[in-house]
Design a protein around this ligand. Sequence first.
Ligand SMILES: C[S@@+](CC[C@H](N)C(=O)[O-])C[C@H]1O[C@@H](n2cnc3c(N)ncnc32)[C@H](O)[C@@H]1O
Length: 181
Amino acid sequence: MEKTERTNAKAYHCIHLDSQRFLDQFTAIAGAVNGLRNKKFLDVGCGLGQKVYMARKFLEMSATGLELRPAYVKTGNQLLKRYLSYKNETEKEDSFFPRIVRGNAITYKKYQDYDVIYFYRPAPDPVIQEKIEHAIAKGAKAGAIIVGHLVQCFHNPEFLKQYNLTAHNADGKTERYWIKG
Ligand SMILES: C[S@@+](CC[C@H](N)C(=O)[O-])C[C@H]1O[C@@H](n2cnc3c(N)ncnc32)[C@H](O)[C@@H]1O
């Protein structure tokens, strides 16, 4: 492997949350919040968009992915078009179709547009991860459901207080999520 390839592989370090766990967790959350159908879902650091696909296909949410790496954005959007079909003409014409947008989770300005914000440790670097978690907690609208895995700040009661977040448990055991007040 060339040196540059090694560097890139380290920089983007895209590991996925287990798909069945994702579905089980979101099914439990849907039960707790009177359903998630048609909610606006964002995967922060979506890679190729597997969870964007699942959010739309199995949970019937309006799904978007945010991703830093241009190659993932391009290939991910191609895959979504290949494996999903338009629900109706409105979706086709008004671009409700699930998509991946390119952006940096630290500076992203549209968190308030989403009802459900999900992430699975976008950044291996703890300093960057912390900035991402602050950006999400700050940008989310009141009532937003935040589902994070391998979180850093969401464990911290002071952080939750700062952004008016309350912790909930989806399955009575390990699967936490937060709601912004
Ligand atoms: C762990 S992987 C994605 C996992 C996927 N969300 C899932 O649950 O299966 C993390 C992704 O976050 C992206 N990423 C890292 N830093 C980012 C940033 N600042 N803004 C947006 N995406 C970022 C990486 O390129 C990578 O594709």
